[in-house]
Design a protein around this ligand. Sequence first.
Ligand SMILES: Nc1ncnc2c1ncn2[C@@H]1O[C@H](COP(=O)(O)OP(=O)(O)OP(=O)(O)O)[C@@H](O)[C@H]1O
Length: 695
Amino acid sequence: MRPEILYPLFAPLTVLPGVGPKLAPLVERLVEGGHVVDLLWHLPSGMIDRRFSPPLTEAPEGRICTFVVRVLEHHTGFGPRSPTRVVCGDGSGGRLNLVYFHLKRGFIEKILPIGSTRVVSGKVEYNYNEPQIVHPDHVGPPEDLESLQRVEPVYPMTAGVQPRVLGKAMLGALGRVPVLPEWMDAPLKARHGWAEWDAALRTAHAPEDEEDLSAMAPARMRLAYDELLANQLALLLVRQSQKRLAGRPLAGDGRLREKVLAALPFALTGAQARSLEEIYADMAEPSRMLRLLQGDVGSGKTVVALLAMLNAVETGAQAAMMAPTEILARQHLATLEPLADAAGVRLGLLTGRDKGKAREALLAELAEGRIDILVGTHALFSEDVAFKDLGMAVIDEQHRFGVHQRLQLAAKGRAPDVLVMTATPIPRTLTLTLYGDMDVSRLDEKPPGRKPVQTRTVSTNRLDEIVGAVDRAVQGGAKVYWVCPLVEESEVSDMAAAEERWAYLREHFGDRVGLVHGKMKPTDKDRVMEAFAGDGLDVLVATTVIEVGVNVPEATVMIIEHAERFGLAQLHQLRGRIGRGDKASTCLLLFAEPLSETARARLTIMKDTEDGFRIAEEDLRLRGGGEVLGTRQSGLPEFKLADLAVHGELLAIARDDARLIVDRDPELQTERGKALRVLLYLFERDEGVKTLRSG
Ligand SMILES: Nc1ncnc2c1ncn2[C@@H]1O[C@H](COP(=O)(O)OP(=O)(O)OP(=O)(O)O)[C@@H](O)[C@H]1O
């Protein structure tokens, strides 16, 4: 249970001044969470500094300044559209024009009477060599000077929320910040000169100069460290609890594997063979396997997973394979079926769609041990799914599942061995944040005979030419993916864009073009995917639902619209859908003009390399951790405070720190241990606490 001391932070946003039931959902969207604490994690991205008060003769262009001036003249415009100009002066002999559009009659006379002294503040511009401020942010009596000369934090905003309202709510939230017990290692804190958590949070919300806004500012570093420590500690605690569940040695006699190897139309690559050795050795150990199989797109993870599962099946145990989407679960099943047939292994499929009698029958077979390998989606986690003897589980792209599910899974068998497959090219630092201390096998070699994908960037303005080129490719027998732009924060508009493009392409390709998007019924999706994999379709218009794992080796052309809007990791995943056979493939990255420098640099990386790890590292360098993780769709955890592009070193320290903690105080019983429990709850890593005996 969440400690009482945190209650004020986990109250709903509506407890804050000015946040009513109407505004709350908007703020919730902005800060990605509905609790006071989520608002507190929303740190300023800028500041307004009104402390600068130069003489008018030295007012710099483009800077916010505050002046004390005397009002000299009013010039009312003639037409309804011409501005009103108020001329002011100060002791330096300089002049300043205050410019207003669309004023109500009498307004100027009221707030800026001629002869009065006024404090004005706003951004200085120059017009005909004279400084001016258009619609000053502030005009008031000289007494205002003192209160004005503070620095105001500026927060990233969203439509519908006024900065002033957010500022007030933030003050309310800061007023609720409790003093928490210190969880940080004292020497570390001293070494960096970090403040207490609450003081750091306050400082982070009250920048005094630009440096305070940097991710390297001490207050922000401390907060980032706290977040990373919570992440690392939770992962280690989960691992500890999983390792505690005694595993069992699984070592098959190889009879099924031999049959499958004989049925494969290819020989294993060196990397596949090596990874399998590692996996078999790990499974043979009495402790549980918790291993990550990391392999770039198209590196052949599926076969490795199958052979690993067969190792368990040979001992009489069952295996499960979990995919993040239904499309993928079905595809895995289709891939495994002929091979399983060759070995006489019985497969089953369970997705959310299976209901009623058929589902009951399947579950009965599973419980009786008449299914050797169950493939499915997260439906496999349902409570009523019981295996006779689950020995091994493969989780494909498990970051789409949470750590919670890993725990649930452990409850399903006698502590089954776990192999997590991921194609996401995650740099080492990120692997740590996702998987903590898992053992890793890497498929760092692609199957032979693959031709590099030719990648080109083309302006969207040349759509007609592109359609022409696609037409020629289709005439030549190619299959084409046409990926539609990602529209921020809205699956509905993704869909609209895809539907529009589909309608457009139908004019050229008739019913040889299909459409697949996330909002379609699973059965319809399957139908379209099958048609594309078979003979039914030449062109497949798709949203990013095809991003992960889809395997149609005959597809050799991919068009990606608005490529500049995608994360590089995501582009890499998408492009990984082609170049999977022995034919040459082409990828066209369409971009809308004008293209920013960074966007151009990013697309250039895509042209230059197909190495997922290099792409990820470059992306991290160019854009920061959040971007490598891609958009929200990627499902990877995004840190609220830590930015891995700059806090990578902190992550390593946090990992070591977490290790020491778990070694010395595995149940978090000491004073510091208790404080660390609070930390875990603060960052909602409750799963870490739940693994403790007194959690
Ligand atoms: N050793 C090999 N030699 C030749 N082809 C192989 C080999 N291993 C796998 N393949 C083929 O390569 C293709 C990609 O394999 P697979 O679908 O397992 O990739 P993956 O690693 O899961 O990639 P992704 O993450 O992109 O889905 C498949 O068509 C598979 O049959």
